[in-house]
Ligand binder design. Structure first.
Ligand SMILES: [Zn+2]
Length: 99
């Protein structure tokens, strides 16, 4: 039993990426290591990092288009625009559909 197991209420799990506590429905487990789980947001983050790595290894017109999207996302985050009252909600909604 780990220290995390002792502090997390039963039925909840700790994300191994961000450290947040989530219900078991909101945690994805690794196939060969089911003791390791990540929350849905971190899983999406990791998926984007995996696509970025694939794009670096296999350049293509689609990879360049995704790089433009990533730079736009980085710009938004660096300015904190996603936290603004009205435009932030719109930007976060748009981001759900971007690669
Ligand atoms: Zn997480």
């Amino acid at each position: 039993m780990t220290a995390a197991d002792q502090t997390v209420p039963p039925g909840e799990s700790v994300c191994w990426c961000c450290g947040g506590e989530f219900g078991s429905r909101d945690i994805l487990r690794l196939g060969q290591h089911p003791e390791v789980g990540v929350c849905l947001q971190c899983a999406r983050f990791l998926q984007r990092r995996a696509v970025e790595r694939e794009d670096e290894l296999h350049p293509s017109p689609g990879a360049r288009a995704r790089a433009v999207v990533r730079r736009g996302r980085d710009l938004v985050i660096s300015h904190g625009w996603q936290q603004r009252p009205i435009i932030g909600q719109l930007l976060r909604r748009i981001d759900r559909y971007l690669p």
